[in-house]
Every structure is written in C-alpha cells, then in structure tokens.
Design a protein around this ligand. Structure first.
Ligand code: ZN
Ligand code: ZN
Length: 291
C-alpha cells in the first residue's frame, strides 16, 4: 500500500489553507486535516516549532487523537517533528540542556499519542567542529529516556553553514556513537541540496545504494518527500511541489517506486501558501506511483 500524507496543523482554528472550521478543539484536528488532503500517514508539530514550548497534551485529547486516527487513517504512521530550536550538536551547555529537555517532552508526548516516531535535525556545531558536533548529538540523545514504542529519527539535512546531517556519514556516525536505538528520516529536498543528485532514476538508485552502504536501509523509517526550489549541492533548503522543482518528475517517480523505498511512509512538507496545497501533492504522488 502506498503511504503518503502531509505535515498538517494541529490548530483548532482555521489554518490558511482550510476553509472550514475544524471539528475538535485540539490535536485531533490533525487527523481531520490529513483525511481532507487524502493522506493516510502524516506529521505534526506538537506546538509552534519556532519557540520553546511544551507539548502539553492532556489525556482526553490524546484519546481523541488516537481514536480519530484508528477510525480514519488506514496507513500510518504519524511522526512528531521536534522544534526547530533544538540543537543537539551545540557546544553551548544551556542550549544543549534546553534541547534535551524539549526532546524528552516530545518523546513523552509521542508515547501518549501512540506516535512511533519523533523526528529531529542534528543541528549546528557552530564552530566546535564536525567530530565534536557528532559527539554532542549522540551524547545528548543518550540523555533521553525514550519510552517503549517510540523511536527518534535523525533527519537528513541540507547542510548549510555548520549544520550536520547533510552527509549520510553524519547520520551513520550519530547512530554508531549513540547508545539509543536510533533510525533515520531522509528528506529528499535536503539530500538533493546536500549534493545527492536525485533528479534522475540513476541518481536515485546511486543515492539509495550509498545510503545502504553508509547507514543501512534497515535504519530508514520515513521519507520527507519534497521537491527542491534550488539546484543540487547548493545547501539551500526550500521545498517545491512534487515534480515542479529541480528534482523533477523523473527523480520523484523513481523515488516513490524504488523497491527499497516504496513501502516507506512518504510525508510531504510541500508549500501550501500558493493555492496548490497538500491535496494536489498527495494526488501527484499517486499519479507517479506505478501500482
Ligand atoms: Zn525537518
Ligand atoms: Zn523534512
């Protein structure tokens, strides 16, 4: 079964791309939004990703979310994307402590919501160097008490500035240096920006083979499926509609049909300010899929 969905809002008020009032006063609205765009898996922020804030999911809304998911989504899974402020690589003690604390709350919220994955960017080493950055990330993740049934996914990055995770080697190193059972989410726009040319079927095959070599496909649990507004190897992270960016239709078609990727959940983080929206992109993925 093709599993494809979008990163949707949990907001109880009208989101810009919604013209109807959501039915719940809470996080369960994500399930309603996912259904409306035709998705059967998806991703959420538990709070605004630009500020330090706790998820604060109470028992009742957690139950509503779980019930709505069971009734509505035949695919799954959900993924929680952690805050953009989290920086696991940082050499600064206060930022490190805040990041660990925020991640602990996200994995606890995931357990409460029956969400199997919490996705995180490694962050930036800000001058400490790649090796220390990778060590910092691994040891920060080791501080977490990850509940059973929840796995932290380290997301591939576009690799701008001192951010780590652009090279598959960085992901492999963090997995190797950490004592936790970590897995990986590859974002196609990020990988492309970081230098993996996914714009041709051969390029996709090469990147998948390289990932298997370096990290191991058994660690790949999720694909963030995004096209890119910038060319390969520019380290610029800006997502485009599926097939309309520099990865393009040929690359996207191979990604969603590649035998090693086809069974993974594809989570869209495509633009939705320009009227095209997630429904269009979900439909596009179905069109590109062979069966
Ligand atoms: Zn991300
Ligand atoms: Zn992503």
């Amino acid at each position: 079964m093709l599993r494809v969905g979008a990163h949707v809002s949990i907001s109880g008020s009208k989101a810009s791309h919604d013209d109807e009032t959501p039915p719940y006063g809470n996080i369960a609205n994500a399930v309603w939004r996912e259904e409306r765009v035709g998705g059967n898996c998806g991703q959420i922020f538990t709070h605004s990703p630009q500020v330090w804030q706790d998820p604060n999911v109470d028992d009742e809304e957690a139950e509503q979310f779980r019930e709505a998911t069971a009734e509505t989504l035949d695919g799954g899974p959900w993924v929680i994307h952690s805050s953009y402020l989290v920086n696991l690589c940082t050499p600064k003690d206060d930022l490190r402590e805040k990041s660990i604390d925020a991640m602990q709350k996200e994995v606890d919220a995931a357990a409460k919501l029956d969400i199997p994955y919490v996705n995180v960017h490694l962050g930036a080493h800000t001058g400490a160097g790649v090796e220390r950055g990778l060590d910092n990330a691994a040891s920060a993740l080791d501080e977490l008490d990850i509940p059973e049934g929840v796995t932290v996914l380290v997301e591939s990055d576009a690799g701008s500035g001192t951010k780590l995770g652009g090279d598959f080697e960085h992901l492999a190193e963090v997995l190797a240096r950490s004592e936790q059972d970590l897995d990986v989410c590859v974002d196609t726009a990020h990988a492309f920006a970081a230098g993996y040319d996914l714009s041709t079927p051969e390029g996709v095959d090469d990147a998948v083979a390289e990932f298997d070599d370096v990290v191991g496909l058994e660690h790949l649990q999720c694909i963030h499926l995004n096209d890119s507004k910038h060319e390969c190897d520019t380290n610029k992270d800006e997502h485009a509609h599926i097939g309309e960016g520099y990865i393009g239709e040929a690359g996207m078609e191979r990604i969603v049909n590649h035998p090693d990727l086809a069974d993974l959940p594809f989570v869209l983080e495509t633009p939705h300010e320009d009227g095209k929206g997630f429904a269009w992109n979900v439909e596009k993925v179905h069109e590109l899929r062979d069966s």
